[in-house]
Design a protein around this ligand. Structure first.
Ligand code: 3PG
Length: 210
């Protein structure tokens, strides 16, 4: 993991997911998040337009840290790197994707949900992982338990993190940042209410700084 991304995550403390069917809308979502003070975004591969959205955002906002999420395979890892992703997030641990990311010198945060998976990631040389789905596998309790054993690992818990439990997660020293979709709610996007997204970003930063 590059020092630059680590310091960006440590500074932002939250990583919003960007999911859209159209690059135009994805750009508006990203603009709203940047306006709210967040400059790290994770574009998730969950729509047919996701790669186009990723490329559009990476081109339009070159100063932002635009990563790709929900990356499931080596082929997808190669595709997101080609389209401009500066980091990769996946729900689980896929050694082939880790190899692609390493080869390209792009940071990868694979999802882990057990000590065994974390140990495998650790043995691949990774020191930053996503805990997923955080709320299902124990949330803050699980993070404390894992970090007491894997003392040089930092975590990005994702899955069920929201404004009500964000502070509790961020208070754990081994937690670098939290990821989540709560910053980009579907209903606000459908209503074209991008101001609501800016407000959620500002609120999250306020919680992180409180
Ligand atoms: C992810 O891809 O990391 C999760 O879908 C995010 O989970 P959330 O929707 O509960 O924030």
């Amino acid at each position: 993991m590059t020092k630059k991304l680590i310091s960006t995550l440590r500074h932002n403390r939250v990583v919003p997911l960007v999911q859209s069917d159209s690059p135009d809308t994805a750009l508006k979502i990203s603009e709203a998040l940047l306006e709210g003070g967040l400059d790290v975004l994770e574009v998730v591969l969950r729509t047919d337009a996701a790669l186009d959205c990723l490329e559009a955002i990476a081109k339009e906002f070159p100063k932002a840290h635009v990563g790709a999420g929900t990356v499931l395979s080596a082929d997808q890892s190669k595709a997101v790197i080609r389209r401009g992703a500066t980091f990769i997030v996946s729900p689980g641990l896929d050694p082939a994707s880790v190899d692609v990311a390493k080869e390209a010198a792009i940071p990868i945060l694979p999802g882990i949900s057990t000590a065994t998976e974390l140990q495998s990631a650790w043995n691949m040389g990774l020191r930053t992982v996503k805990l997923f789905p955080a709320s299902v596998v124990g949330g803050p309790k699980m993070l404390k338990a894992l970090s007491s054993v894997f003392r040089d690992v930092e975590f990005m818990p994702t899955g069920g993190v929201n404004p009500a439990n964000l502070k509790e997660h961020l208070a754990i020293p081994a937690v670098l940042a939290c990821g989540g979709s709560w910053l980009t709610p579907k209903d606000a996007i459908e209503a074209g209410d991008f101001g609501a997204i800016t407000k959620l970003a500002k609120d999250a930063i306020a919680i992180a700084n409180s």
